[in-house]
Design a binder for this molecule. Structure first.
Ligand code: NAG
Ligand code: NAG
Ligand code: NAG
Ligand code: NAG
Ligand code: NAG
Ligand code: NAG
Ligand code: NAG
Ligand code: NAG
Length: 485
């Protein structure tokens, strides 16, 4: 009876305009509490989650998303103590596990879909205890309606990869959703396969992303995914700025950044936005808008972004910026060609911009590159043209228009995304992406206009190959690198 009433209220709250169904999304950038024992840690963080669900309710949210490792922090050992059993889809609304029970109660009481990520304790062959990195979804009645186990693990040696053919979708009164986790976004399965049928228009994305530069800054990876695939993306990141974890956002299927947060201050933050509206003003006026522009540049200094660009293997063309630019240039590496078309107002600028093109094996560092990749990009470099795509290089150039076009054989061996970066680490807008195919060829075009502070603007192709298996040597290096931050 009560569930039915809540359902009617939610349905009447939804506005259907044209084909778009509006809903209100909340994502939480979350800095977990680390308490004296594993069980207290989970309990204390669940307590915080419930408070965020209450806050989101005051903003009339229909769905709330919490980040990867949000209940425990990035734990890599003692998984037995940090894990929770998650019953099958269909279970609930009562649960033996007190933490799960509390979250289900909050979902029910506030009539909100709640998505959380946990270390899931499960049983493998011969009844052996195994662990998954799992998202679960609680519906308005507090029942589990979907589960997803992370397929592409990133240096999580004690966790078992999820099955490659699992059902990671669920239905809501405001549309069909799919979900995946963190590193998954860089792999065809599940980031592209989930949306391949065209049915899924909304993606839930809990993450604990380490922003390594130049290609893998959290907000730019998130925004690029939404732009290319024309889906709404709800991205909730773990906050640990000294480790480079941070940067959450809500992105519209039309390419707009509806809300985002990036900060060098270690703190949690609730982001809310109206999603699916046709009215551009509705995006801007709703909810708690994230930081923007230069305001947070100084504050961002403590947000660590490891990684740097190395030109080894790249074809590089320096461009002449001294007195206005109107450039059209085609740069190729082997058979991979990119056409750059750039206009800028410049005079006496100290920085140098370069065009870079690459088609080959990704580098081992950063490790996420290890599959074959393709890049065509515009990059800022220091005045000697040596250090490139670094967020420390000040740029005074205003680009009226940048357009980059790549024509590739119409195979399925790569999928393409924009790679963009601004000095203040905010998403680059406007960002237009078009892909068209003819009989044998596929054309990819990205564009922006009237932009400053551009560190990087380009197309990034990534092999659709399967997951990277990290060697034990790499895991040791990663553990050492993490202790350095
Ligand atoms: C944050 O990162 C630091 C350095 O990697 C690590 O020692 C600490 O445990 C992390 N905190 C959480 C809550 O994960
Ligand atoms: C971890 O779990 C084991 C077995 O379940 C238990 O014996 C141990 O006391 C727990 N450790 C902590 C720190 O809670
Ligand atoms: C598997 O192990 C658990 C925990 O030790 C035990 O409760 C359960 O009965 C076992 N199941 C089977 C099928 O052996
Ligand atoms: C996937 O799970 C959802 C939610 O339980 C269900 O509605 C849908 O039918 C399932 N799809 C398939 C292909 O099993
Ligand atoms: C750039 O130059 C063009 C042509 O000289 C001019 O119309 C335009 O207003 C300038 N834009 C900026 C941002 O300075
Ligand atoms: C990935 O690329 C290979 C080689 O072109 C192709 O055979 C395969 O179908 C592609 N896989 C997917 C999932 O698109
Ligand atoms: C370009 O951007 C600046 C600063 O964001 C803005 O003031 C100006 O109106 C924009 N110009 C055009 C032509 O869009
Ligand atoms: C070039 O940029 C200006 C804004 O600076 C924009 O009004 C115009 O539409 C752009 N032209 C193209 C071809 O994208």
């Amino acid at each position: 009876m009560k569930g039915g009433l809540v359902c009617v209220m939610i349905l009447t709250a939804l506005v259907v305009r044209g084909y778009a169904v509006e809903y209100i999304a909340a994502v939480v950038e979350f800095q977990p509490a680390i308490s004296p024992s594993p069980s207290r840690t989970i309990e204390d963080n669940v307590h915080e989650y419930v408070a965020f669900i209450e806050s989101a309710k005051r903003e009339a949210a229909n769905i709330i998303v919490f980040p990867e490792y949000g209940l425990t922090g990035m734990v890599l050992s003692q998984l037995e103590n940090y894990s929770i059993e998650i019953p099958d889809v269909g279970s609930g609304p009562t649960f033996n596990d007190i933490n799960l029970h509390r979250l289900a109660n909050a979902a029910r009481e506030h009539g909100m879909f709640v998505v959380a990520n946990v270390l899931e304790k499960s049983r493998g062959a011969a009844n052996k205890t195994i662990f998954y990195n799992t998202n679960f979804v609680l519906n308005l009645e507090g029942k589990i309606v979907a589960k997803y186990r992370k397929i592409n693990l990133f240096a999580e040696p004690l966790v078992t990869p999820g099955p490659r053919d699992q059902n990671n979708t669920f239905d809501t009164p405001f549309g069909k959703f799919g979900m995946f986790i963190c590193f998954d976004i860089l792999f065809y399965n599940p980031s592209m396969s989930t949306i391949a049928s065209g049915q899924v228009k909304n993606i839930i994305y809990p993450t604990a992303w380490f922003s390594s530069l130049p290609y893998y800054h959290s907000l730019n990876v998130q925004h690029g995914y939404a732009v290319v695939n024309k889906v709404n993306l709800l991205a909730a990141n773990l906050n640990n700025v000294t480790a480079g974890n941070g940067g959450s956002g809500i992105y519209g299927a039309n390419g707009q950044v509806l809300n985002y947060y990036i900060s060098g201050l270690g703190s949690s933050r609730l982001l809310v936005a109206k999603v699916g509206s046709n009215d551009p003003q509705a995006f801007r006026s709703y909810g708690l808008k994230g930081f923007s522009g230069f305001d947070n540049k100084k504050e961002l200094e403590s947000y660590i972004t490891p990684g740097s660009f190395s030109a080894t293997g790249y074809t590089v063309r320096k461009i002449e910026l001294s007195n206005g630019v109107e450039l059209k240039e085609k740069v190729c590496q082997k058979g991979f060609c990119c056409e750059f078309s750039i206009t800028a107002n410049t005079s006496n600028i100290p920085e140098v911009y370069q065009l870079v093109v690459y088609d080959g094996q990704g580098k081992v560092i950063p490790a996420v590159d290890m599959l074959p990749i393709r890049v065509c990009a515009l990059m800022v470099c220091d005045s000697r043209g040596e250090s490139c795509a670094s967020r420390d290089i000040l740029s005074s150039t205003t680009f009226q228009n940048i357009s980059i076009r790549a024509e590739v054989k119409n195979g399925k061996e790569h999928f393409y995304r924009p790679v963009t970066l601004r000095t203040q680490l905010t998403p680059l807008e406007p960002l237009m992406y078009e892909e068209s195919t003819s009989k044998d060829m596929r054309t990819i075009n990205i564009r922006t206009s009237n932009n400053t502070d551009i560190v990087l603007f380009g197309i990034y192709g990534r092999s659709n190959g399967s997951t990277i298996v990290f060697s034990s040597i790499f895991l040791v290096i990663m553990a050492a690198v993490r202790t350095l931050f």
